[in-house]
Design a protein. Structure first.
Length: 287
């Protein structure tokens, strides 16, 4: 059974005004438990509006959202529990830090879940350790941390709630390459160790290619593609027409195919490209 499912999900902004527009329209998706789904699309395609519906921050104009088979809006009094099960980390989450210490910031979510002090303490320390924050950082002010450390502290605050689904909106935005790689590695390890479902909104086709098991493509308020990474990335021409830049290595191999080389269509990482070149050399006798 899918962990998240939407049926004809639609949200209209500025209804009844000259500025009325559909942010998302008739979105129908099913996300299975344990998937790491990359959500891609150009600016204004509906990505952020979609994810804010999945944990009940926005209520749909029409359509339904199911979490573990239950309509999240069937009982409005339970929507708070939905937000504990579906953790959403906004872009630049460090701007949401506000407590006196890193410990209190990470503990904020678990504290609102009504957990015991021992359980809260356990979760805070586990989440901090997972994101790579040493114990001595917990007593510091979050504003004394570096940019990358603030980002990890904010993410730890969401992870400490142990959500069934973790949604990350551009988690590597503004970070240097080292910081970006650390966040991406952390997300991969988090999914593997917790078996949670992770949704990653990203403008980086390369990051999605490295991490995702499935890809959801948003375009003009609609979910236009959903499938395995290889399946979606093999449609490079269609993605390009939507204004999406496929990974550079994918463009290289698209060019090779256009020149008559018998190369695979499913190349979207450098590692895959290297293997494909080695295969071609072997088949051609090393030429």
């Amino acid at each position: 059974m899918s962990v998240i499912k939407t049926e004809n999900l639609t949200h209209i902004y500025n209804r009844g005004t000259p500025f009325q527009m559909a942010a998302i329209e008739n979105v129908n998706i099913e996300i299975e438990k344990g998937e790491l789904v990359g959500i891609i699309g150009h600016t204004g395609s509906g990505k952020s509006t979609l994810i804010q519906h999945l944990n009940g921050l926005l209520k749909p104009e029409s359509g339904r959202i199911y979490l573990d088979g239950e309509d999240i809006w069937a009982d409005k009094s339970k929507i708070r529990n939905v937000r504990f099960k579906v953790g959403l980390c906004f872009q630049y989450p460090e701007y949401q830090l506000f407590e006196e210490t890193v410990y209190k910031d990470i503990a904020f979510g678990p504290s609102n879940m009504g957990l015991s002090e021992d359980e809260i303490d356990k979760r805070v320390r586990e989440a901090a350790l997972f994101v790579g924050l040493k114990e001595e950082y917990l007593d510091k002010s979050p504003f004394d941390l570096s940019g990358g450390e603030k980002r990890r502290a904010a993410i730890a605050g969401v992870m400490a709630m142990r959500p069934e689904v973790l949604i990350m909106d551009e988690p590597t935005a503004g970070l240097d390459p080292k910081g970006r790689d650390r966040i991406l590695s952390m997300l991969r390890e988090y999914r593997e160790e917790t078996e949670s479902t992770v949704l990653l909104v990203s403008h980086s086709m390369e990051d999605v290619a490295k991490l995702a098991t499935k890809v959801l493509v948003m375009n003009n308020s609609h979910a236009v593609m959903y499938g395995d990474v290889a399946e979606i990335y093999s449609k490079g021409d269609e993605l390009s027409k939507m204004g999406l830049n496929v990974p550079q290595i994918t463009r290289v191999f698209m060019g090779l195919r256009a020149r008559g080389f018998d190369v695979s269509e499913g190349i979207y990482t450098v590692e895959q490209g290297l293997k494909e070149i080695i295969r071609l050399k072997k088949e051609s006798g090393g030429k």
